[in-house]
Design a protein around this ligand. Structure first.
Ligand code: ADP
Ligand code: MG
Length: 350
């Protein structure tokens, strides 16, 4: 049986409000797709249409090649993990993990073995006889993941599974999820998060959501290096977004000619130039911009400089500065032409 998920024009409305607007998106079999976007952008709604808890107003949802739009949740072969663990407090760990198997009417004799297998996968086999209240948050989340895996789902839905954990635990669990996926290469994973680090770390591709719509979709490297929209540029990583005018051989920014990566934009068109702060260097070089330092933040491995260039604030993350630059100092910044990405000129995102 194939896995994979396909949204085909999926629209969800509550009253007069459209909270998911005609979503078209395909998660390939075995792929990890992150749904990344700010709170309220429709991520959970999209995930719940796959689980079967939300009924689309229009459009179809497919799992593998099967249209599941009208299928009840328990018949979709899905494992799901949400932020709040949602373990049954009165059941021990093993009974929690067995729950989905029993609901699925798995053969009784198979259940203990499947429970142990799932608990071993998440490193929780030693805790089988504990109650949820006897576990830490991270351990509870592992049990919730084991419970989702016990039914051997074709599709795993994860909704902000790490956001209740503290930062250190979160990064450990991220590595664990990556390992789990390597052990289950056929399972398609839809991973909802508002955290770009989680999306960049874990996903094969990222679907960027904003205001009920899919804004952009691509591999993490793609979206980071070649964002198509200002929203993606600023939501995935940090960005300088500078208003420019397209010229025959580059762009003009506040009267300064700059060379950028090739684009099809027509000369004279207005556009936005995206340059990542860590790709902006201090000192003379190609695409030099002069300005005055308006703010300096020391961030351990870098200095973040804010430089006022013709009334625009340009951010530069500079490494290995021996001295903290003085506020108000005149400086020159530069960036390589290939690091300047032109957005929104001729290439509209609809
Ligand atoms: N059951 C519901 N009834 C009414 N509005 C809802 C319901 N569920 C979600 N919404 C609204 O839909 C929008 C998208 O919500 P959601 O999908 O949970 O966003 P996200 O997961 O990206 O934060 C929000 O504005 C939210 O208030
Ligand atoms: Mg949500």
């Amino acid at each position: 049986m194939t896995s994979g998920i396909r949204f085909d024009g999926v629209t969800v409305t509550y009253g007069n409000t459209t909270v998911l607007d005609s979503l078209d998106l395909t998660v390939e079999p075995g792929e990890v797709m992150a749904l990344l976007g700010p709170s309220g952008s429709g991520k959970t709604t999209a995930l719940r249409t796959v689980a079967g808890f939300v009924r689309p107003a229009s459009g179809r949802v497919f799992i593998g090649d099967r249209d599941v739009t009208a299928l009840p949740p328990y018949r979709r072969g899905i494992g799901m993990v949400v932020q709040q663990y949602a373990l049954f407090p009165h059941l021990r760990v093993d009974a929690n993990v067995a729950f989905g198997l029993k609901a699925q009417k798995a053969p009784k004799a198979e259940i203990p073995g499947r429970v142990t297998e799932a608990l071993e996968m998440t490193g929780m086999a030693a805790y089988a006889r504990r109650y949820p209240r006897e576990l830490s948050g991270g351990q509870q989340q592992r049990v919730a993941i084991a419970r989702a895996l016990a039914i051997r789902p074709r599709v795993l839905l994860l909704d902000e599974p790490l956001s209740a954990l503290d930062a250190q635990l979160r990064s450990g669990m991220l590595a664990e999820l990556a390992r789990l996926h390597r052990e289950l290469p056929d399972v398609s994973i839809l991973y909802v998060t508002h955290d770009q680090v989680e999306a960049l770390t874990l996903a094969d591709r990222i679907a960027v959501m904003d205001k009920a719509r899919l804004q952009d979709c691509g591999t993490p490297q793609d979206l980071y290096r070649r964002p198509r929209t200002e929203f993606t540029a600023s939501f995935v990583g940090n960005a300088n977004l500078l208003p420019v005018t397209v010229t025959t051989d580059g762009v003009a920014f506040e009267g300064t000619r700059l060379k950028v990566a090739a684009s099809e934009a027509a000369p004279g068109a207005g556009a936005t130039l995206c340059v990542r702060p860590h790709l902006v260097g201090l000192g003379p070089g190609p695409n030099a911009l002069s300005g005055r330092i308006s703010e300096v933040q020391w961030r351990g491995s870098t200095h973040r400089l804010y430089v006022d260039v013709g009334g625009h604030r340009v951010k530069a993350d500079v490494r290995e500065l021996r001295e903290t630059p003085a506020l108000g100092a005149e400086v020159t910044l530069h960036f390589a032409p290939e690091d300047g990405v032109l957005l929104g000129a001729g290439v509209t995102d609809g």
